[in-house]
Design a protein around this ligand. Structure first.
Ligand code: ZN
Length: 304
């Protein structure tokens, strides 16, 4: 597999990376129920992660915060009236693999859910191979902590040379309850401890979700299905598979920052919509910091 995303504490740039060779995967979309094929293709340094709707003249949608259009139960990116849904598990695998530049052709509106985890995408990236593009990208790092608090929910990022994700959840369901997990970024750690964690859904919500055009492709094959008091399609892959999946989702949503990051991020009882508001705040702070640097430059020249 590829080199680590971060060279902790030494080099605050990461290598830009792409895949070696095109690879594809097909399957049903969790929410649309539509069967699509996704093809990952090598991309030039600096081009970023970009979706292209192969069925709509290749309309390109950058995998960036500015492209997000819907955040109910999954993360959707779009442009004009065209979108690509449930991007977070694929983006999580790309982020974990340190891939900064890749073209993603898709012939329909939603990334296949496959088994509900990021493991099939990790295997796909592994099959493609990863290579350095011979260019660097500065890590996004904060000077000051940032947080958003919404009632009893919060997400906080504090400065660090490493990427650490911590998550806490509390569901009033006997199979979940309170769970917390800390993930110290490392690609192998991700592959073994986070990537296999599957998405989950509650039977009691299914009718309402289907009426809203959601969960139409959901089945016992592609998500953990929770009945009133138990898991209906066990066994679980981990006792705390639920909170591990939340970390998987968070990493995927952080990919919309558009560059690798270093920081310690703690999330409590959040979800895609809150992840997205947090990413927007981080990006606003980063652009402010860039402005600070820009404003300082003339003074430096004046005193040189
Ligand atoms: Zn998910």
């Amino acid at each position: 597999m590829a080199l680590p995303l971060l060279k902790a504490g030494v080099d605050m740039n990461a290598q830009r990376k792409t895949i070696n060779t095109p690879v594809s995967i097909s399957g049903i979309g969790l929410h649309s129920g539509i069967y699509t094929t996704v093809e990952l293709k090598p991309a030039a340094p600096g081009s970023g992660i970009t979706f292209a709707r192969a069925d709509l003249h290749g309309l390109r949608i950058p995998a960036l915060q500015a492209s997000t259009t819907a955040l109910d139960y999954a993360t959707t990116v779009g442009k004009d009236d065209v979108s690509v849904g449930t991007v977070e598990h694929l983006l999580s695998a790309l982020m974990a693999s340190g891939i900064t530049d890749v073209d993603i052709d898709i012939d329909g509106p939603e990334v296949p859910i496959v088994d509900g985890s990021a493991l099939p995408f990790m295997h796909l990236i592994d099959a493609a191979g990863v290579r350095d593009l011979g260019a660097e990208v500065p890590l996004l790092r904060l000077r000051e902590p940032i947080e958003i608090v919404e009632g009893d929910k919060f997400i906080r990022m504090t400065p660090s040379n490493r990427l650490v994700l911590k998550y806490k959840i509390d569901f009033a369901h006997p199979a979940i309850g309170k769970q917390s997990y800390q993930f110290d970024y490392d690609q192998d750690n991700f592959l073994r401890k986070i990537a296999p964690a599957r998405t989950f859904g509650f039977v009691r919500d299914v009718e309402k979700m289907r009426a809203a055009g959601l969960a139409r492709g959901g089945s016992v094959e592609n998500c953990i299905v929770l009945g009133d008091d138990d898991v209906m399609n066990g066994p679980l892959r981990f006792r705390d598979e639920f909170v591990r999946h939340k970390i998987l989702d968070l990493l995927g949503d952080l990919a919309l920052i558009g560059r690798p990051i270093a920081g310690e991020i703690t999330a409590s009882r959040a979800g895609h919509a809150m992840h997205s508001r947090f990413v927007a705040k981080v990006l606003a702070a980063a652009s402010l910091a860039d402005d600070d640097l820009g404003a300082a430059a003339p003074d430096e020249r004046a005193f040189a």
